[in-house]
Design a protein around this ligand. Sequence first.
Ligand code: UD1
Length: 393
Amino acid sequence: MRERILLTGGAGFIGSHTYVKLVETGYDVWIVDNFENASEDIPDRLASLVGEAPRIIRCDLRDYDSIKAVLGSAHFDAVVHFAARKSVPESETNPIGYYRSNVVGLVNLIDGMRGAGVRNLVFSSSAAVYGATTNVPIAETTPLAPLNAYAETKRAAEDFIRYVARAHPEMRVGVLRYFNPVGAHPSGVIGEAPAQPPSNLVPVLARVATGQLDELKVFGGDYSTRDGTAIRDYIHVIDLAKGHALSLKALLRDKQSHLVNLGTGRGYSVLEMLEAYGRAVGRNLPYRIVDRRAGDAAVSYADIRQAKQILGFEAEQGLAEMCRSSWRYYSQEVGVDTSGADDPRPIIVEPKTSRLSSALFEPGQGPLSGAIQRDGSGQWSRSARLKTPPGYE
Ligand code: UD1
C-alpha cells in the first residue's frame, strides 16, 4: 500500500513543486488548498506533469470543521503543511490575518491530525526566524530574532509544534527552515505565480526583464560584502521539494523528528543575481542602487551540515538553472518574446492523459479550466493566465 500524504497549500509555489516530487517518489498525495491565492488552473498543470488528475480538496484551514472532515475522510500517514501567507510587508499591515492563517491554521491542522491519529508532520518554516543575525553560516542553534510579523508567526508556529511534540511524544515533526526559494519546474509549467507587486528579488528581476518594471532597485550598496550588496542563500525550488521528500522519509521510515535549514550553504550578492538573471534573459538588466531596506541582513546563508547529516540533503541545482527556469516560467506566463535568452525553450515533459473528472472537488466545484497544450513546435501554452495576489507560499 502506498503511503498517503495530505499536502496543505499544494496549489502554491513550493507546494506544487513538492506535489510533483512526492508523486514521483511514489506517495499517494492529496492536496488541500483554499485557492484564495492560487491559480485555478493548477490542477490541470499538475495533471500534465504527473499524468493523472491530482486529488484536490478545496478547504480552508482556518475552519476547524473543514480540515477535521478532510482528515477523517481517509487514512493519512503524514501531513506536509505549506498553507500559509508569506509576504513581509503584508504581514505588517495585517497581523491578524497572518496569525490567523499561519498560527490558527496550524493549530486547527494539528488538532485535526491528533483526532484522526495522524502522527507525522512536515512543517514549512523560514530562515526569517533568524532575523538579521551576523553569525554566518547560520546554524539551527542560532538564537531566533524575528524582525517582522511574518517571521513571528513562523516562530510562534515552531514554538507551538515543540510543545505539541513534548505533550504528545508519538507525534513526529520535521521543521524545515527555508532560505531563499527561487526557480521553477524545468518544464516551465509551474513556478512562482506572478504576484503584483512583488517584493522578493527574483520576481522583481523577472518583471524588470519583461519591462513591467523599469529597473531593479538594489537595496543598499554599502554593506561590508564583496561588492557592497547584500548576500543571500538562494535555493532552487526543485531542491526544496527534494528536501521535503527526504524529511518525509526520515519521519516515516526512521521515525525521527528533526529541525533543519534548507539552503545551499552558498551566498550570492544582489549584483551577482542581477548578472545571472541577465545572462538567462540574454541581456543586461537596468538597475540603480538605492537606500538599504529596513530589516535586511547584510549576509545570510545556511549552515547545511545538519540537513546533510540527518536527511542526507544536499542542494544540486546551481544559480544558472535557478535563473533560467524562473525566466522560462515567467516569460511563458506573461507571453514575452524570449529570443536571445540563454535557454528559452522549456524542457519538454511529455504530457500524459489527464483524468480531471476523477479529481475530488467540493460539491458544486467542477474540474478547473485552463488546458495546457503543446503546439507543433513543442512549446507549452495555456489558455488561462494567472492572477495571483502577493504573499502566498
Ligand atoms: C524576504 C523576507 C523574509 C522572507 C523571504 C521570503 C524581508 C526583510 N525578508 O527575505 O522574511 O522569509 O523574503 O522569500 O523582507 N532586493 C533588492 N531589490 C528588490 C528586492 C530585493 O535589492 O527589489 C534585495 C534585498 O535587499 C535582499 C535580497 O535582494 O538583500 C533578497 O531579497 P528578498 O528576495 O526580498 O529576500 P529576503 O530579504 O532575504
